[in-house]
Ligand binder design. Structure first.
Ligand code: AHR
Length: 617
C-alpha cells in the first residue's frame, strides 16, 4: 500500500493537547510528591479528617532507661490561630532521655548514606527547662544514623533548625527527639526534609517522583483536583472548607490543616505557589481548578448574593499568577520569590459538576473573568460522562456561556475505549473544545495501556475538537490507596511508572504541532469481527462508572421464554463505588444456554441511552 502525506494540507493544531493531572488522593502530596518526611508535623490530625485520626497520629513516646514523661497535646498558647495544636513534653524523670519519635510514611523515614536532611522545629520552654534537645535519625532498633543538638533558649515560639547527615541508607528509620533535665518544653511544626529536592527547592518536591513527571514532558498540569476541590464547607476558615487557594500560600505555619475528602489530612505544604513553581520547573502550563461555590457531594451552595468573594478568588488568582509587581497579588507572588509572572493561560471552574446550582453560578465567574482577562481560557465543567443529563447540562452551559473548553471525565473498560475511538469525530470545531480532564481504562496492564494508546490516536486525530487531555489519577502511594488504577506508583523511597505511564510519555514526548492530511491506498481493512452465535455460559458485565441498571431479563427469541434476573438486577444497580474497590466492573454469570438468538432487556436507572454500557461474553 501507499501512504501519501500532504505536508502542505494542514488541519487542526495540536496545541497543548497532552498533559497531566495532579490530585492529592492516594497520598499523592503528603507522603508523596511533597518531600516532607514527618507525618503529622503540626499535631493537627483530627477525627474530622478520618475517624481513627488523633493529634498524636504517627508519633510515639520515648522513655529511655528510667525516664518518664507525659506528652500532652495543648492549644492554649498556639503558634498562631491557624495552627492551634502543639505538644508539651513534661519531663517527670529524665532517665536516659525522654521525648517522642515520628514514624514517617509507609515503613518509616527514608534516608541515604552521606546525604543531608534539614530538620526544623518551633519550640518554647519553661524556664526550668535548660538542657538541649537531641534530634536523631535512628533505625528501628536504635542505631543512630545521624544527630544534632538544639538549645531551646526562649520562652516564646522560636524556629530552630539543624542539618543532619546520615551515615547509612535505611528506608525505615525514625525521627527521634529526646531530652533530659527537668520541666516542660513545647514543640510544633516538627519537620524533616531531604536537602536534595527537585531543583533544590527548599521545602520542595521529592526528586524521584518529580523526575518521572518531568520526563513525560507534559504540556500542562491540571491541579489541585478532582473532588478534592469542591467537597467541603463554604467558610474558608473551616477545617472542612472547600479547597481555597488563598489558604495555601506563604509561611507553612499559617496554612491551616485541611480535611482532604479522600479521608486523610492535608497539610497544604504543597500549595498554589509550589504548584505554579513546579509547573514552571517541568515546563507544563498550569491549569488551576477552583470551586464554583457549590459542593455537589453535600449539596451545599453559596447564596447567589454572596458569590462575589468566590469570583474574586478567581480574579485574584489570575493576578497572583500573571500580575506585575505593582499589583496587590503580583507583589505577594514576588515576595514569595517569583517576581516574574507565571504566564497563566487557563482556569477551570468546578470539577465534574452535577446539579443545576453549579450552572447557575458558573456564568458569574465566566463573565467576570472574561471582562477583566479576555485572553484567559475559561474551562466549564460537566458531570461525569456517565451521568447522562448532568453531562449534557455541562455542554449546554458551555455553549450558552461560550466557555473555551468543557472538562469531561470517564473511567471505563478497555472495551469501551476501543468502541469509542471515534467519539469526537462529529464534535464541531467552532464549539467549546473538549478538555478530557480525567480518563483511564480500568487497569494497569499492557492491554490497558495499548487500548489507551489507540484511544489517544483518536484524540489526536480530532484536535479540531479536543483541546486538552490528561490521564487520571496520576500518583498513588502503595500503602494509602484510595483509587486505582493510577499512572505512577511509589512508596517512601521507590517509584515506578506503569505501562500506561509509558504510553502517556510516548504521546507527550512525540506530540506533533499540527495534523497533516494523510491518504492511504492499497491497504486491506480487516473485516469487522462479528459474533454469529453464542452458546455456553453467558455473563453480563456492567461498567459501574458508566451506569446503573435494573430489571434485567433475557428473552429466548425462538421460544419466547423469559428469564428474569431480579437478584442480578439488584446487584448490578448497587455496584460498589469504584473509588473504594479499584474496579467497578463486575461480571455476573447468566448461566448455560444453547439459544442462538436472545434479547437482553435492562432498565437503565442512571445513564443516557446506552452510553457507557458494556457486555462481556
Ligand atoms: O480521579 C479521581 C476522581 O474521579 C476525581 O477526584 C473526580 O473528579 C473523579 O470522580
Amino acid at each position: 500500500g501507499t501512504l501519501t502525506i500532504h505536508t502542505q494540507k494542514r488541519g487542526a493544531a495540536l496545541g497543548d493537547l497532552f498533559g497531566i493531572f495532579f490530585e492529592d488522593l492516594n497520598h499523592a502530596a503528603d507522603g508523596g510528591l511533597y518531600a516532607e518526611l514527618v507525618q503529622n508535623r503540626s499535631f493537627e490530625f483530627d477525627p474530622i479528617d478520618r475517624t481513627d485520626y488523633h493529634a498524636l497520629m504517627a508519633w510515639e513516646h520515648i522513655e529511655r532507661g528510667d525516664g518518664k514523661t507525659v506528652i500532652t497535646v495543648e492549644d492554649s498558647e498556639p503558634l498562631n490561630d491557624r495552627n492551634p495544636h502543639y505538644v508539651a513534653i513534661d519531663i517527670v524523670a529524665e532517665g536516659d532521655g525522654v521525648g517522642l519519635m515520628n514514624l514517617g510514611f509507609n515503613s518509616g523515614i527514608p534516608v541515604k548514606e552521606g546525604e543531608n536532611y534539614k530538620f526544623s522545629v518551633y519550640a518554647r520552654r519553661e524556664t526550668s527547662f535548660d538542657v538541649p534537645l537531641i534530634v536523631s535519625i535512628e533505625s528501628t532498633n536504635g542505631i543512630i544514623h545521624g544527630e544534632a543538638e538544639i538549645a531551646v533558649n526562649h520562652s516564646e515560639w522560636t524556629r530552630y533548625e539543624a542539618v543532619i547527615k546520615s551515615k547509612a541508607t535505611d528506608s525505615s528509620s525514625r525521627l527521634v527527639i529526646v531530652t533530659k533535665g527537668s520541666g516542660r518544653v513545647y514543640l510544633d511544626m516538627v519537620s524533616l526534609f531531604p536537602e536534595k529536592t527537585f531543583m533544590n527547592r527548599p521545602g520542595g518536591m521529592r526528586e524521584d517522583i518529580s523526575l518521572l513527571l518531568a520526563d513525560l514532558k507534559p504540556k500542562f498540569m491540571r491541579f489541585p483536583g478532582g473532588c478534592l476541590v469542591h467537597d467541603g464547607s463554604l467558610n474558608p476558615d473551616d477545617r472542612d472548607s472547600m479547597y481555597r487557594w488563598k489558604n495555601t500560600i506563604g509561611d507553612v505555619t499559617q496554612r491551616p490543616a485541611r480535611r482532604n475528602n479522600w479521608s486523610y489530612n492535608q497539610t497544604l505544604g504543597l500549595g498554589y505557589f509550589e504548584y505554579f513553581q513546579f509547573c514552571e520547573d517541568i515546563g507544563a502550563k498550569p491549569i488551576p481548578v477552583l470551586p464554583g461555590g457549590y459542593d455537589p457531594h453535600h449539596k451545599r451552595m453559596v447564596p447567589l448574593g454572596e458569590l462575589m468573594p468566590w469570583v474574586e478568588d478567581a480574579l485574584d488568582l489570575i493576578e497572583f499568577a500573571n500580575g506585575d509587581i505593582s499589583s496587590k497579588w503580583g507583589r505577594i507572588r514576588a515576595n514569595l520569590g517569583h517576581p516574574e509572572p507565571f504566564g497563566l493561560e487557563y482556569i477551570g471552574i468546578g470539577n465534574e459538576e452535577v446539579g443545576a446550582p453549579f450552572f447557575e453560578r458558573y456564568p458569574y465567574f465566566h463573565q467576570a473573568i472574561k471582562e477583566k482577562y479576555p485572553d484567559i481560557k475559561v474551562i466549564n465543567s460537566s458531570g461525569p460522562f456517565s451521568a447522562g443529563k448532568e453531562y449534557e447540562r455541562g455542554w449546554t452551559s458551555a455553549k450558552e456561556n461560550k466557555s473555551d473548553l468543557v472538562d469531561e471525565h470517564y473511567y471505563c473498560t478497555p472495551e469501551w475505549f476501543l468502541a469509542n475511538h471515534h467519539r469526537y469525530d462529529d464534535f464541531k470545531a467552532d464549539e467549546p473544545k473538549v478538555f478530557l480532564g480525567e480518563y483511564a481504562s480500568w487497569g494497569n496492564t499492557y492491554y490497558n495501556a495499548l487500548v489507551e494508546a489507540a484511544f489517544m490516536t483518536g484524540l489526536q486525530n480530532n484536535a479540531h475538537a479536543v483541546g486538552l487531555a490528561c490521564y487520571a489519577p496520576m500518583l498513588c502511594n502503595v500503602d494509602y490507596i484510595n483509587w486505582k488504577p493510577d499512572l505512577i506508583w511509589f512508596n517512601n523511597h521507590e517509584v515506578y511508572g506503569t505501562a500506561n505511564y509509558y504510553v502517556q510519555k510516548l504521546f507527550m514526548n512525540h506530540q506533533g504541532d499540527q495534523l497533516l492530511e494523510i491518504k492511504a491506498n492499497g491497504f486491506t481493512v480487516p473485516e469487522e469481527r462479528k459474533v454469529e452465535a453464542i452458546t455456553g455460559a453467558i455473563s453480563l458485565g456492567v461498567d459501574a462508572s458508566a451506569a446503573r441498571y435494573s430489571e434485567i431479563t433475557l428473552v429466548n427469541n425462538v421460544t419466547g421464554e423469559v428469564k428474569t434476573y431480579s437478584e442480578l438486577s439488584e446487584e448490578v444497580s448497587n455496584l460498589p463505588d469504584p473509588a473504594q474497590n479499584g474496579t467497578a466492573k463486575r461480571t455476573l454469570e447468566l448461566g448455560e444456554t444453547e439459544w442462538e438468538s436472545y434479547t437482553l432487556n435492562f432498565k437503565a436507572t442512571r445513564t443516557a441511552g446506552n452510553k457507557g454500557f458494556v457486555f462481556y461474553f
